[in-house]
Design a protein around this ligand. Structure first.
Ligand code: ATP
Ligand code: SF4
Ligand code: MG
Length: 341
């Protein structure tokens, strides 16, 4: 599998000096061509921060304090995203790596018609296209995301939340990127619409061949639709696994907790008993394993020593979890499996 985006040892702080807090610590993650990678974790775990940092859209007080992100373009060029100049970044961001952020529903210009917004994006990045070609392409993009082209002349407020989300996806796909990052694009939508939109995106992915990083709290959605899942806790990646393997045999106690607490997919939407307590504030990060105050399996060592996440093998035979209770490819200890299984 060919990597398209490689993130290594990423560190991000909010603020500097004595007011600074670390929001992302040593995140290492590889996205492969055509892969759907789901990124999950409770609110505040750093999912959006990671997406903003990697795309270089992080704003002050956010600062990238370490690591690198390498993007492999379709022409075989390896671009160091953290070292790239503004012109390179602009080129990469639209043509190759596009993002639909959490606030997507508010990202559309309320006073401009949909066709104008789509054609403007094309105008800025596809200068060689004629006005007619741009209009035709805009209509085609809307069809692609399942919106009738008579909607082209609508204003955003005339569209439902789900349609606005689709328009955002159409914009993200306008220039046929190789990587689409979607940051919880669906929070404002109902569950059925969320699922529909993600499924549609994945159908488009099969046709157009881009890779997806899909960020959400809804682990159940990822279990079904992602290839690979990365779990984040308190600014660290704590488990990386194939979606099926994560579901059947998660290795990190936090992953167990998340699996145990997601709402049932079918039937009543009951929140099952979840993880006790809440995630730490960045300014009061627990020592050792940041999860230890909430972990039913914590041992003395957990308070002192921070478990590392091993780098997964390229073939992803490779499930890795940052937890002292496991050693490389050992299976999860029986008490852990019993208690949570
Ligand atoms: P959610 O699921 O709620 O979207 P998230 O996983 O995307 O959460 P982030 O938004 O990345 O989390 O936030 C990670 C941490 O960084 C949080 O503790 C948050 O409070 C902190 N943070 C985010 N933005 C800022 C900021 N501008 N200044 C200071 N701290 C920030
Ligand atoms: Fe729990 Fe310790 Fe593993 Fe952290 S390292 S998840 S505290 S058992
Ligand atoms: Mg977020």
């Amino acid at each position: 599998r060919e990597p398209v985006l490689e993130i290594r040892d990423l560190c991000v702080d909010y603020g500097v000096g004595e007011h600074g807090v670390r929001a992302i610590t040593d995140a290492t993650l590889t996205l492969h061509r055509g892969e759907v990678l789901g990124l999950a974790g409770e609110s505040g775990s750093g999912k959006s921060t990671l997406a903003y940092a990697v795309t270089r859209l992080l704003r002050a007080p956010g600062v990238i304090t370490g690591g690198e992100a390498v993007f492999h373009t379709r022409d075989g060029e390896a671009v160091d995203l953290f070292g790239a100049d503004a012109a390179t970044l602009r080129r990469i961001r639209w043509d190759q790596l596009s993002v639909v952020f959490q606030s997507a529903l508010h990202a559309l210009n309320p006073v401009a018609r949909i066709d104008v917004q789509l054609t403007d994006a094309l105008k800025a990045h596809r200068a060689h296209m004629t006005a007619d070609q741009r209009r035709e392409r805009a209509a085609e993009l809307l069809r692609l995301v399942g919106i009738n082209e008579d909607r082209l002349r609508s204003y955003p407020h005339e569209l439902s939340g789900g349609m606005r989300q689709r328009v955002m996806i159409a914009m993200a796909l306008a220039l046929e990127p190789q990587v689409v990052i979607m940051d919880e694009p669906t929070t404002a939508l109902d569950v059925v619409t969320q699922r529909e939109i993600l499924e549609e995106l994945l159908q488009l992915k099969d046709r157009l061949g881009f890779a997806v990083i899909f960020i959400t709290h809804d682990l159940s959605l990822l279990l079904e639709l992602a290839d690979t899942i990365a779990i984040m806790y308190a600014g660290r990646l704590v488990e990386l696994a194939d979606a099926g393997e994560l579901f059947h045999a998660p290795r990190h106690p936090y992953s167990y907790g998340l699996l145990n607490s997601f709402p049932a997919l079918h039937g009543e939407r009951v929140r099952m008993e979840g993880i006790p307590g809440s995630p730490p504030a960045l300014s009061a990060m627990p020592s050792g394993c940041a999860f230890h105050p909430r972990c039913p399996f914590a041992i003395e060592r957990c308070r002192r020593e921070t478990p590392e996440l091993a780098v997964p093998a390229a073939d992803l035979s490779s499930r890795v979890a940052a937890c002292h209770l496991q050693d490389g490819l050992e299976t999860v200890p029986a008490p852990l499996a019993r208690a949570l299984g």
